[in-house]
Design a protein around this ligand. Structure first.
Ligand code: FE2
Ligand code: FE2
Length: 131
């Protein structure tokens, strides 16, 4: 997966974050086709975790600033995703190999549903005032 202009959410800082997140997700999904060990899963998840903490916080501040009406749902979604990262880390610690597949689905959803649909909704709102 490569970055395209149509993926832009209209805030350069968030696009920069999304490029990094996309690259991590892409690395994971490409490698998981040929099998991933839990050490690598853990490594990628830790990097995503570091990035998303500050990214989510900045998005929440921005949504508050522009008065995005579905901000609370979006914030809840961010929390669920951070919980899911914690769950994946725990499964890695336990040596649970099924987490490789669970993580692939989660990351696929992160890109396709969270960034391309849920994040895109605040861009539409900022552009048009329609939630
Ligand atoms: Fe985002
Ligand atoms: Fe978000």
């Amino acid at each position: 997966m490569n970055w395209k202009n149509e993926y832009s959410v209209g805030v350069a800082k968030f696009d920069d974050d999304h490029v990094i997140i996309l690259n991590l997700i892409d690395t994971y999904l490409t490698q998981s086709d040929s099998g991933l060990d839990l050490k690598t899963v853990r490594f990628i998840i830790d990097q995503l975790g570091d990035y998303s903490q500050s990214h989510f916080k900045a998005e929440e501040e921005y949504m508050t600033e522009i008065g995005f009406p579905r901000m609370e749902d979006h914030r809840r979604r961010h929390h669920e995703m951070l919980d899911q990262l914690t769950y994946i880390r725990d499964q890695c610690e336990k040596g649970e190999v099924s987490v490789v597949e669970v993580t692939a689905k989660f990351l696929h959803d992160w890109w396709n549903n969270h960034i391309l649909i849920e994040d895109m909704a605040y861009k539409r709102f900022a552009d048009s005032g329609q939630a």
